[in-house]
Each structure stands twice: as C-alpha cells, then as structure tokens.
Design a protein around this ligand. Structure first.
Ligand SMILES: Nc1ncnc2c1ncn2[C@@H]1O[C@H](COP(=O)(O)OP(=O)(O)OP(=O)(O)O)[C@@H](O)[C@H]1O
Length: 215
C-alpha cells in the first residue's frame, strides 16, 4: 500500500563547496497523485535537487518536508530508514549490483522492507513484464542494455510502493514506445497515491507530466 505524502522543498539551498549555491532558494510542492517534471539546462542543479529531496544530501539552508514534517536534518539512521520505507529512486548512477541476477536486483529493497520473498518475486516478474524488461532470469545487470537497466531500477523502485518516487532522466535511453510505457508506469504510481518527481530534458515528457518546475 502506498502511503500518500506531500513532498515540499522550502527555501532550499545547497552548494558543493565554496562558491555560489547550486540549488538556491528553491520552493517546490509535490503533492501525492501527481507527476512533477523538473527541467532546466545542463548543470542547473536538477540532479542535486533530487538528491536533496531524497535525503541523500543535507541542505545548507531551507527545509525538506515529508507530509509536513521536516526530515532534512534527521540523524543518519532515521534518514536511511525513511529512504528505505518511503522513497524509491531511479537515478542515473543507480548502481545495480553487477554480481546479482536482475530479478534479485529488483527484489532487493523489498526484502529489506520485510516483504514476503515469494510475493515480491512474483510482483517483480509482473513489473518486469509490464515495463518490457525481457531478459533471461539469470542475466546480471552488466549484461543488459542501458535502457533495460533503467527499467530494472524502476521495477525495483516500484516494488517497494514508495510514497515518493524520484527519477532522474528515467526515459533518457529509451525509444518513444518504451518512453510511453515508463511514463505510464510513473503516472499509474501517482494515481495510486504516490508522489512522483521526474528530472527530464525531453519536452514531450515534460508536457505529459501533471506539474512542471523549471530550475
Ligand atoms: N559531487 C559534486 N561535487 C562538486 N560539484 C558537483 C557535484 N555534483 C554536481 N556538481 C556541480 O553542481 C552543478 C549542478 O549539477 P547537477 O548534476 O545537479 O546538474 P543537472 O542540472 O542535473 O545537470 P545535467 O542536466 O547535465 O544532468 C554542476 O555545476 C556540477 O558540476
């Protein structure tokens, strides 16, 4: 069951070191039930914003709120627990363990969440079918294409039924038909109560999202 939660950034600011902030005074509200597109030129801070929203970076200023609760400065263990139970990630550098089978990569986070292994394997197969990840069960991530690896990461994120799904260029390596399938899955997750945020350079993907935020 997805637990609906609004994700909010308030006056968010972050820089990687001395010099100007990469994310500067960003206000953003992402309600459950919708897909928000984050766009902007290369280097404008989109991925950084997604890492801040996903509690992987701690802001220098401002707040990240989940369901109205400030979560950006929680101790590491609490932020990790929140990430594991409420967030799903499809990141460009979402490293899939190269030694594990694709199916195990998809079920890995669900097992951490305490889901029944047999049910999560069955659901993983359904999601892989839905997203057209048609690879032999024994394949390891290094033996699948970039576009397939992205969809494996999406299956893994969806399996956990996260309140918040953050995706960095999830259609970057995909043809139009497969882009449709991925957008359909992201939208379905939102309609089921999820909060979905997608970084994209693709104007067509941006157009099809419910909300738009330009950095
Ligand atoms: N780990 C890091 N250390 C220092 N600077 C970084 C780091 N990661 C990103 N940056 C810098 O922060 C800025 C924003 O990077 P970010 O990846 O957030 O942009 P982006 O909008 O996602 O770019 P793209 O569209 O090219 O993926 C860039 O100038 C980048 O060089």
């Amino acid at each position: 069951m997805i637990e609906p939660r609004t994700l909010t950034a308030s006056r968010l600011r972050f820089g990687y070191g001395p010099g100007p902030a990469v994310v500067d005074d960003v206000d953003l509200v992402c309600p459950p039930g919708s897909v928000t597109a984050v766009t902007g030129r290369s280097g404008s801070g989109k991925s950084t914003l997604l890492h801040l929203l996903g509690l992987m970076l701690v802001p220098d200023g401002g707040e990240v709120l989940l369901g109205g609760r400030p979560v950006h400065r929680l101790p590491d263990a609490e932020r990790s627990a929140l990430r594991a139970h409420h967030f799903g990630f499809v990141f460009q550098d979402a490293a899939l363990d190269p030694t594990r089978r694709v199916l195990d990569a998809v079920t890995e986070t669900a097992l951490y969440q305490g889901l029944d292994p047999r049910r999560s394997r069955a659901r993983a197969r359904e999601l892989m079918d839905l997203l057209g990840v048609d690879v032999p069960a024994g394949r390891v991530p290094g033996q699948v294409s970039g576009g397939q690896a992205q969809r494996v990461a999406l299956c893994r994120a969806l399996l956990g039924e996260p309140s918040v799904l953050l995706a960095d260029e999830p259609t970057g390596n995909l043809d139009p038909a497969t882009t449709d399938v991925v957008l359909g899955a992201l939208t379905a997750h939102a309609r089921a109560g999820g909060t979905v945020v997608v970084v994209t350079h693709d104007p067509e993907v941006e157009r099809r999202c419910d909300r738009r935020f330009r950095l």
